[in-house]
Every structure is written in structure tokens, then in C-alpha cells.
Design a protein around this ligand. Sequence first.
Ligand code: ZN
Length: 442
Amino acid sequence: MRSLLIKSPLAVLGAAGGGIVVRDGRIAEVLEHGQAPASTVDDVFDASRHVVLPGLVNTHHHFYQTLTRAHPQAINKKLFDWLGALYPIWSRLTPDAVRLSTRLALTELLMSGVTTTSDHHYLFPANLDDAMDIQVEEARRLGMRMTVTRGSMNLSRKDGGLPPDSVVQDEDTILADCERVIGKYHERGEGAMIQVALAPCSPFTVTKSLMCACGDLAEKHDCRLHTHLAETHDEDEFCHAMFGMSPLDYLEDVGWLNARTWLAHGIHFSDGDVKRLGQHGVGVCHCPTSNMVLASGQCRTRELEAAGAPVGLGVDGSASNDSSNLMEGVRHALMINRLTYDASVTHLDALRWATQGSARCLGRGDIGEIAVGKQADLALFTLDELRFSGAGDPIAALVLCGAHRADRVMIGGAWRVVDGMPVGVDIAALRAAHGEAARRFL
Ligand SMILES: [Zn+2]
């Protein structure tokens, strides 16, 4: 691969004011103002109009929900009512719909500056056995890094759970497919493009036995664990009624209170819970937009970080966001955390959650930062739109003025967005095909 100097950027999040040298897919040098590269480079990109961020890392989503955005039967409801309205609609999911929704969500994320994403796919109605395979194909097609999570649900209404029978699988089927997907796709080590995590959906959709078995499998295969926890008061009440304990005690009971685990939402934690999460290194994906849309509550980001728990950022599924734009999520994170705490929460905190914090949630030390040796995953924004005119601090402007679309995105040293457009994607055709597929869910 040819080496490249990203020269004289307008601003950089990190100590690389003079530019960044990319070689063999990694960051080879970070330059101070006026400093020349130590060795010759093949190509030069003039970044004097660009604000450079580490590629954003999205740690929670449900891609298939792009098919049911702003759904008339689901809007303006709390989580359990919202899920109750949507489960029967989601049971119509087909392989083609999974492919189109994955392609659309990945493209949206990429255009907003995301270079690595996870997706929590837990819905397996009949004939959808290859959902994970489809997602891997689509991520590879776009050249994005992805942690696919083999999600699952096996506790349906007849057993006291929330979802209908039509969208759950039995434990043996789930565990066999978890092993299959890990064996086929899970890459270990630096620069991994595809990783696999195991992700039983939530306390009210899976059995304790499945949680325990997934924890054992993750240990055996050295992969990560993901689930929803402490999102709403309803969930808290469910855990006490069903298991006789709080959500966090439940997590410990099933063997998940460890550094392999990152949780979606993590809102309703006591001081003692926060301390335990920090002690055990459990990550929390903060989903500000979704938490505001569903009126779920406010994540205790500051206390969690102070306790030692990694805090990342996620857009969450597209029926509760309803967009897949992580730069918008960064802005929302700043705002809701200002409301939770005070004006000492800054745009740099929100950007840290979306980069380094999210990378830690996914268990990755090779991404999320502009530093020598890290993967060359970068998001470059211009300040050319009207909304930025008059802005002083370029990095603060991205968050405060509402940047929502990257001009250039690089993943592993390769440009994946050029002039605001994803490479190799026909946006109009994708919009038409996805819109057509979504009609079946109305
Ligand atoms: Zn979710």
C-alpha cells in the first residue's frame, strides 16, 4: 500500500497538528506544526480545509430497525409498550430485508464518520439462519470494521418473557450458531476487520441458562459479551419479580460481571452498582438519543468513568433514534450530560466517548485514537457549510454547530468516503430498494 501524508490539517483531535503519515494501514507518524515526515511519502493529501478526528466507533445499534423508523404503531411509547407494538411487525424480517437494512445502516454510519461499528442482531424468525453471514458480507463490501454480535432471545411470553414465540429460538440452536459464527468470522489481534461478540438480548427476553452458557462460550473462544441492562424502571421491576434481584445482581449471578462485557444503556444504577461495574471493568455504551426518545433516563457517565468503567457511545436501533448518525449522537451526548451534570462536561468528553471509550467497550486498543501504531481510521470534516460560518474553535464547532456528514473517511489506510460520498455505493438505488423493502413492515 502506498504511504500518504495528510498534510497541515485545519485541526486534529490529538497531537498531530502538522499532519499524519499513513503507511501499511497504520498511523506511522504524527507531526507537529512545521515538522516534515522522517521518511519520504508516496502521496500527499492537503487537509488544510479539514478537521481530523479518529474514526468514530459505534457500540450499539439494531440495523434491522431502519425498516421501522417513525413507525405509526410505535411512536410516542415507553420501551415495553414500544417493543410490544413492534415484535409482531419485526417477525416479518427476511434475509433480503436484513441485507438492505444492514447496507443502509452501515452506509449512514460511515457517512457520519464511523469506521468501526457493532450491531446487536437478536431477531431470528424462521428462515433467517444466515443473518450473521449477511452482515459480515455487507461490512466487508463497504470496508468497515465491525463487531457482529450473535444476539438471541429464548424467553417468550409463554415462559414469562416479553417477545412472542415467533421471534425466539431454543437454547441449543442459539449456542450452536454462536460457535459456528465465532469459528467462521472472529478475527483476533490488531487490525481485525470482523470480530464476533455474543449478545443475549436483555433480562426480559432470555433465560438465565442461556446467559450462563454464552458467558462460558465467550471465555472459551476469547470474545466479548454484550446485552441491554438497566435501561428502564420496568426492567428493574421485571428482574425483581422474575429473578428476585436487581439487574446488576442478575448480571453477576450469570457470570457476566467482568471485563469481557459491555452493556447497552446502563442508566438505572445505584452508587454501589457503579462501583462494582468499575471494579470489574464492565463497559457501558451510552445511547443519548435513544434514551431521550424513549424517556428512559440519563446515564451516569461521569460516575462510571471515575469508577473505572469504560464509557462508549452508541446510536441504538433505528426505531428509537431514528437515525444512524453518530456525530449527531456526540452532540446529543454533550447536551444530555450538561443537563445531568453542568457546563463542565465538554465536547471533548463526548468525542472521547465516541472514540477511545467506544474502542475500550469493544476491547480494542488499536483504534479510537490518532497515535503512532494505531490503525489509520480517520474521519475528516470540513467547516464549509453555512452552519459553521463564524465558528472559532474548529473541533468544538463540529459538536456545537452540529456536524453530521464527513467529507472523507479512511479505514485501515483506504479512503471509504470521498467528497462526502461512500465509495462504491449507489445511494439513490439503495434508498429506493430499502424504502421498498420497508413497505412490508407498515
Ligand atoms: Zn438496543
